[in-house]
Write a protein that binds this ligand. Sequence first.
Ligand code: GLN
Length: 309
Amino acid sequence: MAPLTAMDFAAILDDIEHAMAARTDRGRVADYIPELARIDPAQFAIAVSLADGRSFASGNADTPFSIQSVSKVFTLALALGKLGDRLWTRVGREPSGLAFNSILQLEHEKGRPRNPFINSGAIVTTDAILEGATPAETLGAILRFIRTAADDDDIHINEAVARSETETGHGNFALAHYMRAHGNLHHAPELTLGTYFHQCAIDMTARQLARAGRFLINAPDMPRMVSPDRVRRINALMMTCGHYDGSGDFAFRVGLPGKSGVGGGILVIAPGRAAIAVWSPGLNAQGNSLLGTEAVERLARATGWSVFG
Ligand code: GLN
């Protein structure tokens, strides 16, 4: 395929945006976090940030949304930087085949979560970054990492979303307490979850998220934040576990590593080529953005970027 020009990218993204605007079945906005239940499902954004620095976007690409579980990619990178391979003694690297908030496997597997992208695994990952630091320092480090990757300081935590989840996050408290009972949570559940809820409550625009994702394509013009070896492994985990019990379907349809969040955002990586962010707040049955998935499926087809050829 001939290299795509700026005009090609603009046309592809506009086509996708028009197709998505026409859709009436937009999925269901997450309502178990009351602040997220208020988001208008009619919104849609797609942004692409290429390895050579060029960026393209269509739709509501400058509207901030709650990144939620997309934050788990950044905290995994930080935890690997801090602990190296020791992280894997506390969390596995296998897909769970279960819902993102499931507690089922934890009992069988003695409090060691399957992977860093389901809630239990992400809570352990945040607990690992908290070692020797306060929640405020840890959140500072997470924000610093994201702002550096995005080359943009205008990225903040939405306190109302963090509060909303702190008041209603009983399922996550259950996971944290259960892991604490097995010695796999080193801090008080309130401390680790306070940090986790705030990292999930970071607001970003699709444009910012696509830009921040460039640390996973070893973009030559940015500071090296993570070694190429780790980039490869984070991408592998995004492919196998990034969409929970919808990971197989995402790989089948899109063919690229991706990490979703219940705010309706997805960060997708075309290794070595581009970081892509899509946002549409309505979710499918697995809690992944319904139209976001369809949009990146179309993008992967139009660009030929699937890693499977
Ligand atoms: N903060 C959300 C939770 O813990 C994140 C889940 C998600 O985005 N899938 O439930």
